[in-house]
Design a protein around this ligand. Structure first.
Ligand SMILES: [Zn+2]
Length: 320
């Protein structure tokens, strides 16, 4: 009798410790999974895939606890050159919706057909629908670098000649959020009211953000800013700056290009060079040394959109 009780006791302890370990490991792995390997159960949530990190806040704020957002281009990667892993493409096959930036970013230009073919029933939303594109700065940049001839003749011209970094403008972000909302309502109409309230609350924040930035950088209107990667075109359009890019067609400038940039930066009395964390700072450092400027990091791909854009505005208001 006593022996049976002992065995029962041991069995219970074993069951408890195994289930404990199971819970521990499954929690560990679902926390660990982060951006790329999220195979954990989706708890009935709508799985939405999008291309770049700033879209995550847009989607999460509208979708709230009804959605799970997976981003294809992970932190620190460059959407102009990124190639998705097989495990990421597998996730696409489980998604109900794909939110495309739709502004000619290379990641989508190269992979959109493949993504569609992996999941033909998935709803595809183009969140830049309705945005007025501005031309890519590469063209002006070439002129300012005075790089003509073979180098520019060889480069294959992008299907769309627009600047793809639409999200860096809080005005554009509001359009993107509206498009995401419309897309969500289409696939989940019964939660329309919930999405509407979320969307309106977030739009209020974005409008306030836009107002705050306008006021903050007012006295810097008309200034030129020197950036490594030309990702701030829409921000410059909205708040009255002009960006001069160091990088040319995704490559460091030629020695002649460097000399022109240094000449231009001295003429404009530029004191700050903006660099994104995704790119090398080597040529920016050379120029900074030459003109006595400091290097400041700003990130066009931060997942914390509103907080990050405040930081960007602070940086732009502090250029001299
Ligand atoms: Zn870029």
């Amino acid at each position: 009798m006593e022996k049976d009780f002992k065995i029962l006791f041991i069995v219970v302890i074993l069951i408890l410790s195994f289930s404990g370990a199971f819970i521990y490991f499954s929690t560990y792995y679902s926390n660990y999974s982060g951006f790329n390997n999220n195979y954990s159960a989706n708890d009935g949530k709508i799985i939405i895939v999008a291309s770049v990190l700033p879209q995550k806040e847009f989607i999460d704020r509208v979708g709230g606890d009804k959605v799970q957002t997976i981003i294809m281009v992970p932190p620190g990667a460059d959407p102009h050159t990124y190639e998705p892993r097989a495990s990421q493409l597998q996730q696409v096959s489980r998604a109900q919706m794909f939110v495309q930036v739709g502004s000619g970013i290379e990641f989508e230009m190269v992979y959109m057909d493949k993504i569609k073919s992996l999941n033909p029933s998935m709803s595809i939303i183009n969140d830049s629908k309705g945005i007025n594109f501005i031309p890519s700065t590469e063209k002006e940049e070439e002129l300012s670098h005075e790089v003509h001839g073979s180098e520019s003749d060889n480069h294959k011209i992008n299907e769309s000649e627009s600047d793809p970094h639409v999200w860096v403008s809080p005005k554009n972000a509001q359009i993107m959020v509206e498009n995401i909302y419309n897309g969500l309502v289409k696939i989940d109409p019964k939660n329309k009211e919930y999405y509407f309230i979320n969307k309106e609350n977030y739009l209020k924040e974005l409008r306030q953000l836009d107002k705050n930035i306008t006021n903050e950088v007012l006295d810097k209107k008309g200034e030129k800013i020197l950036v490594y990667h030309p990702s701030w075109g829409y921000f410059c359009r909205d708040y009255g700056f002009t960006q001069i890019a160091i990088e040319n067609e995704g490559k460091d400038p030629t020695p002649q290009g460097m000399a022109n940039l240094i000449y231009q930066a001295k003429k404009e009395n530029i004191k700050v060079i903006f660099v994104s964390p995704q790119y090398s700072t080597r040529s920016a450092e050379v120029i900074a040394e030459e003109i006595g400027a400091k290097i400041v990091f700003i990130d066009e791909l931060s997942p914390n959109y509103v907080i990050n854009m405040k930081k960007v505005a602070d940086a732009f208001s502090d250029i001299d």
